[in-house]
Design a protein around this ligand. Structure first.
Ligand SMILES: [Zn+2]
Length: 211
């Protein structure tokens, strides 16, 4: 990703990120120190998605088949050319399964520990879900290949936030409004877009305001 010379922000707080210098090879945030810079969200196109997949060092999750009426409405990644993308986020928009006004929004984030992209997008302090989150019975399930992976609800204000550990990285699912969390009543099938020999006729919508 040609992020040099571009504006980038901190994945945790959205403040401007400072580019590497002669003295430091890392991007920095005034508050959070060394970070994986978040590039501006891309207009959702097949070419943009392929470019993101090539840079990703973590899964880029796509719910597939998509829930009825849902569209891919953007994607972005945290990381630079030196590190590759250590966090990925895919946005989707569609009808709320429980009805209601306006579209529902969903973000699916994969990231290495400490990146803070999922917590940042979910409006949580982060960077990771914290020690106590996975106690008790899981609240939802995702299916990856033949495996089921458990997710747990994380407390938040006006959205539904589910987190689990899948394919050696955090997986965050964030849904607005919180009632759209009803999509997770059934196990959600996910595909990693980095896997070879996959073809998806992905419907793209307008860029999500959530990214
Ligand atoms: Zn920051």
């Amino acid at each position: 990703m040609a992020i040099v010379g571009m504006r980038a922000v901190c994945p945790r707080c959205r403040d401007e990120a400072h580019a590497p210098t002669a003295w430091s090879s890392a991007w920095r945030c005034d508050t959070h120190g060394e970070i994986n810079p978040l590039a501006p969200a891309r207009l959702p196109t097949p070419e943009g998605l392929r470019a993101l997949v090539r840079q990703a060092r973590v899964p880029l999750w796509l719910p597939w088949p998509l829930p009825t009426g849902w569209l891919v409405s953007g994607f972005t990644g945290a990381g630079d050319e030196r590190t590759g993308l250590r966090g990925s986020a895919l946005a989707l928009s569609g009808p709320n399964p429980l009805g209601g006004r306006g579209p529902a929004e969903m973000l699916i984030i994969a990231e290495e520990p400490g990146v803070g992209l999922g917590a940042g997008l979910a409006g949580l302090p982060g960077p990771d879900p914290g020690d106590g989150f996975a106690v008790g019975h899981p609240d939802a399930t995702v299916q990856v290949g033949n495996h089921d992976a458990p997710l747990w609800l994380v407390e938040s204000d006006s959205q539904a936030v589910f987190v689990g550990e899948v394919a050696a990285s955090w997986l965050w699912l964030v849904l607005w409004p919180d009632t759209a969390g009803a999509l997770l009543v059934e196990p959600l099938p996910l595909r990693d877009l980095r896997e070879p020999d996959q073809e998806f006729a992905i419907p793209f919508g307008a860029l999500s305001p959530r990214l």
